[in-house]
Write a protein that binds this ligand. Structure first.
Ligand SMILES: C[S@@+](CC[C@H](N)C(=O)[O-])C[C@H]1O[C@@H](n2cnc3c(N)ncnc32)[C@H](O)[C@@H]1O
Length: 265
């Protein structure tokens, strides 16, 4: 029996890891890689793999991934997922994690991912959702995320509020994959490997709250770039409420949908 806190052990994360353990990755494409956290998870959980290519529209977001995967079979490329610079049917698996709500053209990106996936290859999607039964700490995270997304949008970067469970499920269904499996979890599979997994069992743990308050302060700095004073004042007021919410209820990542399926032969 592995050493996991109770809520994490009872979440869907354990089943998701088991599912990933049945997948031979081969040549894997990760879309919207950012700091590369999902590639890290796949390296720890897939049955086997040959190599990873992580792409992101933002070079800045790839910087920490470059350091993390030095000397590993991981190639990181600045690229827009709306127009993937890869041949048709050139990957054994394609993945997108926590990035759907960052996309301006979701259908175009998904069709590009399907184009580069080999027939019989595996599609993997992970995305948090905003509805359903979530704890007050999770609601804090969602409200903070919506505030953060609003600032991004005002500063010119596409960032939507997270989707409903149903919207994510219908996005998966519309891909017309075979052998689709959909999991729901309060915790991400990466939590299983996280050094803070016991601390996070308490959503009001001091370090978590401090980190969250710092994120709010960092975002308040970004507000200076917004020219409309009324908007700035409104967002500053929301920040104060978010800080209070963090102290009262804590902060925890929202629940997520994890899905896998095969491209038809
Ligand atoms: C929340 S991060 C994803 C982090 C990572 N996948 C994970 O699981 O932790 C979303 C990423 O999507 C990227 N992104 C947004 N639009 C994109 C596009 N059209 N093409 C490629 N990457 C894009 C952003 O730059 C950002 O790094």
């Amino acid at each position: 029996m592995e050493n996991l806190p109770r809520r994490l052990a009872n979440s869907g994360a354990v089943k998701i890891r088991a599912k990933l353990g049945t997948i031979s990755g081969g040549r894997v494409l990760d879309v919207g890689t950012g700091p590369g956290d999902f590639i890290d998870v796949l390296m720890k959980t897939l049955r086997d793999y040959d190599n990873f290519i992580g792409i992101d529209i933002s070079l800045k977001d790839l910087e920490s991934a470059r350091k993390k995967f030095k000397d590993q079979p991981v190639t990181l490329v600045e690229m827009n997922a709306e127009s993937l610079e890869f041949d048709d049917s050139s990957f054994d698996a394609v993945c997108i994690s926590y990035s759907l709500h960052h996309l301006g053209k979701i259908s175009l990106v998904l069709s590009e991912m399907l184009r580069v996936l080999k027939p019989g290859g595996t599609f993997i999607l992970q995305e948090e959702f905003r509805d359903g039964q979530q704890t007050e700490a999770q609601k804090t995270n969602m409200l903070q995320h919506a505030w953060d997304a609003q600032i991004d949008s005002l500063l010119g970067t596409t960032h939507n509020t997270t989707f409903t469970k149903q919207r994510i499920k219908s996005i998966i269904t519309n891909l017309q994959l075979e052998k689709v499996e959909i999991f729901e979890s309060t915790h991400a599979v990466q939590c299983l490997f996280c050094d803070d997994r016991f601390k996070c069992e308490d959503p009001k743990n001091e370090e978590r709250i401090e980190r969250s308050l710092k994120e709010i302060d960092d975002n308040l700095q970004r507000l200076k770039k917004i020219s409309d004073q009324e908007t700035r004042v409104r967002l500053q007021k929301t920040a104060e409420k978010l800080k209070e919410r963090n102290k009262e209820f804590g902060n925890a990542t929202p629940s997520l949908i994890f899905a896998t399926g095969r491209k038809a032969n």
